[in-house]
Design a protein around this ligand. Sequence first.
Ligand SMILES: CC(=O)[C@@H](O)[C@H](O)COP(=O)(O)O
Ligand SMILES: NCC(=O)COP(=O)(O)O
Length: 256
Amino acid sequence: MNNHIRLGINIDHVATVRQARRTVYPSTLVAAEVAEMAGADLITVHLREDRRHIQDADVAELAAAFKNHRLHTYMNLESAITDEMIAHACMIAPRDVCLVPEKREEVTTEGGLDVVTYRDAVKSAIVRLTEAGVQQVSLFVDPTVEAMQSAADVGAPVVELHTGCYADAPNDEAQARELERIRVAAMEGKRLGLRIHAGHGLHYGNVQAVAAIAVIDELNIGHAIVARAVFDGLEKAVRDMKAIMHQARVTALQVK
Ligand SMILES: CC(=O)[C@@H](O)[C@H](O)COP(=O)(O)O
Ligand SMILES: NCC(=O)COP(=O)(O)O
């Protein structure tokens, strides 16, 4: 069992603040530098089709910074599976790409990728990205046993479990049910040989139980960290999240 769980910092909403006035600040590159300094294991950005926050220029600037070692971790680029977005992801060729569903009218990602309906497009995207040099392609999917089997079937090496229903659960009972769904799906994915990530809606009060699931290797967290950074600064917000995740994992392994 792995006592280290990686923290990917999603900096989308640093760009949201900038896009509110179309200024050149706050810089996503500086945000990535601060996040790395504070212990981020990777930097996640979601280049949406509607460019509501992260812009093509952000992705290009971050990619160059990783290439020239101004940044020292790696990029996890979240992308829709459309031809346009996959072609762009192939051109950037970050270390990781996470394939996510997008609906233009959504406030944020609402559900996981429908790997059954879009099987051919997902398989094609995995092949194209791998041939372009992307080392790890993950699928952002709902935490279900069926989604694990579908992901394994299309040859995805990694899944990121959508933790949104857990995060948005209306009460403790519903949250416990959603946590069990995540745990069961994670165990099934691991049994099928998948690497397991998780993310969406995680924050300082709900991350512990997910970080305690020992087969989960990585959490991607953004909105709650950027929100906390408004009051505490980004460096402290990242350090605090990292410490909470580490303590939850270590405690869980000691109990086993
Ligand atoms: C896939 C996912 O849950 C997030 O990484 C995604 O970026 C959410 O979209 P917004 O960042 O636009 O809220
Ligand atoms: N894939 C999840 C992610 O990158 C961050 O999601 P959130 O913490 O902004 O909800």
